[in-house]
Design a protein around this ligand. Sequence first.
Ligand SMILES: [Zn+2]
Length: 433
Amino acid sequence: MLHIGIDDTDSVKGGCTTWLATEIIKELSDFDLIGSPRLVRLNPNVPWKTRGNGAVSFTFGKGKGAKEKIGEIGNFNIFSFKRGMPIRYDSHEILERIKALVLQHSHPDSEPGIVVSEVFLPEGLYWQGVTDIVTDDILSDALQGIISFGFRGSRGICGAACSLAWSGNSNNINKISHTWELIGYRKKSNWGKKRHISLDSVKKVSDLKGVFSCKDSDGKIAMVPNSPCPVLWGFRGIDYSILIDNFHDIGPEKPERWLLYRTNQATDDHLRFKEISTVKEGDSLRAEVIVSSISETIEGGHRFFTVKDFSDGVIKCAAFEPTKNFRHTIDRLKIGDKLIVCGSVNSGTLNLEKIKIIDLVTRYSKPPNPICDCGKRTHSSGKNSYYRCKKCGKKYSRPAMIECKSELELGWYEPPASSRRHLSTPVSLMPKL
Ligand SMILES: [Zn+2]
């Protein structure tokens, strides 16, 4: 088979690796696409990432058996075969054809990489790339005997290789091995212009079964990017046929081309179980912890609190302003509450992606001040002190605190879709138990 991985063709200023993927499929239309193209997100904490740190890979061959339509470029239909047979090809000639496209379309300050391989790469490389840093040694080992090419520094070779190492079949912690994203692209003449997608049309598709990250609960559209890139929208879900059957409802602006990707988005593959005492900068972790200080708000509306785990490791957690109402959950946590925290360590602080409340300590509220025998309400004489009647001077001891119900429920809490990471599993898809 012919396996191709590409990465890092875009930059913070625009461009899009997945749009280039559609051009590559058109260029290689003398071959059949086996399975769907794969959009693979890698470690969200690497310092040099482009916007989403996403790489794309495909498998080409001679299709066998049934085929399905998974995309369209103008009038050109893109089909995918479930199974395929190997084909003869000249790797260097294929590389030249792809290089020409990448040179033409990649952004001048990107560092694109291309990998062409007859086989999938070992899955360990993917796990290294999604949870950690892939060193030059690891990468050169994995690429023994495999053709790769990079431009302008070639950082992209690493992502391209890692995407060819993702099987999408692993049984991960949330039992979500992969999800799907159908991406619609705009006409070139519209790139950089305002996108015309109505909230009504987004609402119509957002409640379909297994669909996620279309909009925030406050109505903000999350499936339409703000960057000047060619993407019109990204429609995500766990059942690809629902995406293909319903994307026509999104509008009024219609895509000039569209393509279905199998992805590791929403899998939580980047998270690792770790003791807090062993976490290092750039780790993404999932840990069971106890709240050890209540939330403090700093300028800008960001929230910070600390947690500790059973190893007595302590870490500061952060919920930043864009996490919106998620911060109100954080504000209501009390010392002793038991949580699962998921997030990434940046400057020694765990930036929260979601939390699960496993247990809540008893909440207490202050009872009303005692009424004096004379009928007047007493006043507190200071913290932990007695109550006193101002009229007749009688003193009363402080009444016991009243147990009350927390405003929080057990379960998962997350920031809105628009501030969620591609790799984070949305709460709607988390296992119920
Ligand atoms: Zn009195």
